[in-house]
Design a binder for this molecule. Structure first.
Ligand SMILES: NC(=O)c1ccc[n+]([C@@H]2O[C@H](COP(=O)([O-])OP(=O)(O)OC[C@H]3O[C@@H](n4cnc5c(N)ncnc54)[C@H](O)[C@@H]3O)[C@@H](O)[C@H]2O)c1
Ligand SMILES: O=c1ccn([C@@H]2O[C@H](COP(=O)(O)OP(=O)(O)O[C@H]3OC[C@@H](O)[C@H](O)[C@H]3O)[C@@H](O)[C@H]2O)c(=O)[nH]1
Length: 386
C-alpha cells in the first residue's frame, strides 16, 4: 500500500469515508476493496451487516481498526450528522432499488430514494464535506428510439439510443405507471445534489450504475430472503436454476440491458474516491457497453453457464413467458435498452470495464452454486416431505 499515487502522480492521503448502505451488494464489495487495497478508514452505516460480516469479525481480519459498523436507519437517527462530520467523504448507497417494489411500494420507494437522502446532502453541504451519491441508469428511462416506428432505420442509429450524461433526456412513462417512481425520485435527488454544487459549492460526484452484477447481489427467496420476495434479475434467474425450474421471461424477455461485473465497476468507484479533482462536479455512467443482451439471451447464457459450473444438465423447458402484470403487478413498465456512453468517465478517469458477460456469469454462478445449492436442496426436500 505504500507509495500509492493518484492519476496525476500525487501521493494518496489516508481518508475516512462514511459509507451509507455499506451492508448492501455494492457496499460490501466497496468495503472489501477499500480495506484490502487502500489505507482508508470506513464508517459503515446500514441496518444490516450480513454481507460484510466477514469484514467485521476481528479474529479473521488485519484491518479491524479501519472499519466500524454503525447499525443506523438513516430515516430517523441523530447520529448520522456526527458520522458525516467525522468523515472526509460520504458515499450514499442506501436505497430501495428492486423493481418489484417500485410499483407495489411506491411511497416507500420515493421516501427512500428522495426524502431519506435529503439530510445526507444537507449535512455534506453545510459541513463542507465531499459527497459521492449513487443514482441509477434508470434516470434515462426509455430511449428516444423506443418512440420511433418499429421499422424506422433510425432505430439503428446510436444517436437514438446511446445514453449520455450531458445530453440525453430523462423519459419516463405516465404517473399511473408507478415503475417510474424510483427513477423520478433518483432524478430529483440528482438535481438537488447538482443544485447544491451550483449554489452552495457542494463537492459532489453522481454515479449512474448500469446493471452491476456479481456475488452477494440481493437474495435467494426462501433461503436468505423472503420466500415471496422478488429480487433483481440475476438473483431471480439464479433461484430458478438452483431449483431446476424454468426462468421466467417478463413480456417475452425482449428488453435489453448491458451488464457489468461488480469488480470492474468498483475499480471505477475507487478512482472517483482517490481522484477528487477529476471526479468532483461530474455525473458518471458506469457500465459495460460491450456486454449487451436481451433478457432472453441472458436467460439462455445463464442456463448454459450454470450447467457448466454445476455439472447438471439443463431442464427440458428452460424458459417460460410471463406477463409483467402477473410477475410485477399493475403499474409496471420497462426501460427498453441501456447502453452507456463512456466518453466522460474515459476522459476524466481513464477507466474501462474488462470482464466479458460469459466470464462474469461464470464466476458469479460458481459463487451462487457453492453458496446456495445445498441449502436449496434441503429447503426443497423439506417442502416435499410436508
Ligand atoms: N446494483 C446495481 O446495478 C445498481 C444499479 C443502479 C443503481 N444502483 C444504486 O446503487 C445503490 C446501491 O445498490 P445495491 O445494488 O448495493 O443495493 P442493496 O439493496 O444491496 O444495498 C442498499 C443498502 O442500503 C441499505 N439501506 C436502505 N435504506 C436504508 C436506511 N434507511 N438506513 C440505512 N441503510 C439503508 C440496505 O439495508 C442495503 O444494505 C442504490 O442507491 C441503488 O439505487 C445500483
Ligand atoms: O425473473 C425475471 C426478473 C426480471 N426480468 C426482466 O429482466 C430485466 C432486468 O430486471 P432487473 O430486475 O435486473 O431490473 P432493471 O434492470 O429493470 O432495473 C434495475 O436497474 C438499475 C437499478 O437502479 C436497479 O437496481 C433496478 O432498477 C427487466 O426487463 C425485467 O422485466 C425477467 O424477465 N425475469
Amino acid at each position: 500500500m505504500a507509495g500509492r499515487v493518484d492519476l496525476d502522480g500525487n501521493p494518496i492521503k489516508q481518508i475516512t469515508i462514511c459509507m451509507i448502505g455499506a451492508g448492501g451488494f455494492i457496499g460490501s464489495h466497496l468495503c472489501e476493496k477499500l480495506l484490502s487495497e487502500t489505507p482508508h478508514k470506513v464508517l459503515a452505516v446500514d441496518v444490516y451487516s450480513d454481507k460484510i460480516k466477514h469484514l467485521l469479525e476481528p479474529a479473521t481480519v488485519t484491518w479491524a481498526d479501519r472499519i466500524q459498523f454503525h447499525r443506523i436507519n438513516i430515516k430517523n437517527d441523530s447520529r448520522l450528522e456526527g458520522l458525516i462530520k467525522m468523515a472526509d467523504l460520504t458515499i450514499n448507497l442506501a436505497a430501495i432499488c428492486t423493481p418489484a417494489d417500485y410499483n407495489t411500494r411506491p411511497l416507500d420507494t420515493i421516501y427512500s430514494n428522495f426524502i431519506d437522502a435529503l439530510p445526507v446532502v444537507k449535512y455534506c453541504s453545510e459541513n463542507g464535506k465531499r459527497l459521492i451519491h449513487f443514482s441509477t441508469c434508470e434516470v434515462y428511462g426509455k430511449t428516444i428510439g423506443a418512440f420511433l416506428p418499429e421499422d424506422s432505420p433510425l432505430r439503428q442509429d446510436p444517436a437514438y439510443y446511446v445514453l449520455k450524461e450531458d445530453t440525453s433526456p430523462c423519459i419516463f412513462g405516465p404517473i399511473e405507471k408507478q415503475r417510474w417512481s424510483y427513477a423520478c425520485a433518483k432524478q430529483l435527488i440528482e438535481r438537488l445534489v447538482y443544485a447544491e454544487g451550483a449554489e452552495n459549492g457542494l463537492e459532489f460526484t453522481i454515479v449512474r450504475p448500469f446493471n452491476w452484477i456479481g456475488p452477494r447481489m440481493d437474495f435467494i427467496p426462501g433461503i436468505d430472503g423472503p420466500s415471496e420476495g422478488v429480487p433483481r434479475v440475476l438473483a431471480c434467474f439464479s433461484n430458478n436454476l438452483l431449483r431446476r425450474e424454468p426462468l421466467k421471461l417478463v413480456d417475452g424477455g425482449e428488453s435489453q440491458r448491458t451488464f457489468i461485473y461488480i469488480k470492474d465497476a468498483i475499480e471505477a468507484v475507487l478512482l472517483m474516491i482517490e481522484n477528487p479533482a477529476r471526479a468532483n462536479g461530474h455525473i458518471f455512467n458506469v457500465g459495460n457497453p460491450n456486454n449487451e443482451v436481451t433478457v432472453r439471451q441472458l436467460a439462455e447464457m445463464m442456463t448454459k453457464v450454470y450447467s457448466k459450473v454445476s455439472g447438471e444438465s439443463s431442464i427440458e423447458t428452460p424458459t417460460i413467458d410471463v406477463s409483467s402484470k402477473e410477475f410485477y403487478g399493475e403499474g409496471y413498465d420497462d426501460s427498453d435498452k441501456r447502453i452507456p456512453d463512456m466518453t466522460i468517465i474515459n476522459r476524466q478517469l481513464g477507466w474501462n470495464p474488462k470482464t466479458s458477460l460469459w466470464d462474469l456469469l461464470e464466476s458469479t454462478l460458481t459463487y451462487q452454486h457453492r453458496t446456495y445449492a445445498e441449502a436449496v436442496k434441503q429447503a426443497m426436500s423439506k417442502t416435499t416431505a410436508n
